[in-house]
Design a protein around this ligand. Sequence first.
Ligand code: NAI
Length: 246
Amino acid sequence: MMLEGRVCIVTGSARGIGLSIAETFAKEGAIVVVTDVRADLIESSVKEIVSKGGKAVGIAANVAESVQVGALVTRVVEELGRIDVLVNNAGVTRDALLVRMSEADWDFVLDVNLKGAFLMSQAVAKVMMKQRSGKIVNISSVVGLMGNAGQANYSASKAGLIGLTKSAAKELGGRGVCVNAVAPGFIETEMTASLSEESRRAFLENIPLKRAGQPSDVASAALFLASAAGDYITGQVIGVNGGLYM
Ligand code: NAI
């Protein structure tokens, strides 16, 4: 068991990659906090984990709202006593070409993807610094490294997460807290299900492994970084992209 008894918060874990991370961590003995803005989906995700013998609790929260983030972290510490791992996975897209992008769509994506990770990291870091241990894993994206037409807001948020990762790694390293990022490529989830056949084909043509990734591929990298296997790794970005970007 790679995470026996560890308290792990995974944001945006009611579905998709976040749920896969939560399931993978629970299988490795973690006590997982399933948190998501979609309160309606949390219960079934928690039940799914518990039905397989895992330990999980569900708490609804919007990561872009500091009051909700504060309440979430306080409740986890009160009920579970500590926080060993935070995975900042919650993310959204509002795609449009730069010249047509609305200010509201820019703000929305930056607020959830980047400010959300900042607020969660800040609240959890205080707990981890006192413990003198912890792991923070930020789910960035290949487009944060290479850019993508139609995703100026999303790419900027994911590139910003890499800067946040490295700065936090430098600040928290002395307190035994490791901060890393995983940058997935093209992963089959509801987020990518809406892509046109054409852009799907264009992506696949450029992937050396010639297939899309699965949420479990991202979960494996997150598990590695969250576990003792990643104890001497901080400030790094691990690509999980089938070779799409090297
Ligand atoms: P998804 O849309 O299936 O899941 C995202 C989850 O985040 C949803 O459950 C959603 O309700 C939750 N969420 C959204 N806003 C939130 C908020 N304000 N507070 C709390 N939870 C919130 O997306 P998917 O594909 O599972 O993506 C997960 C992460 O992986 C995201 O950060 C995404 O940007 C990233 N990613 C996904 C890739 C893909 O190909 N699917 C590729 C690269 C990165």
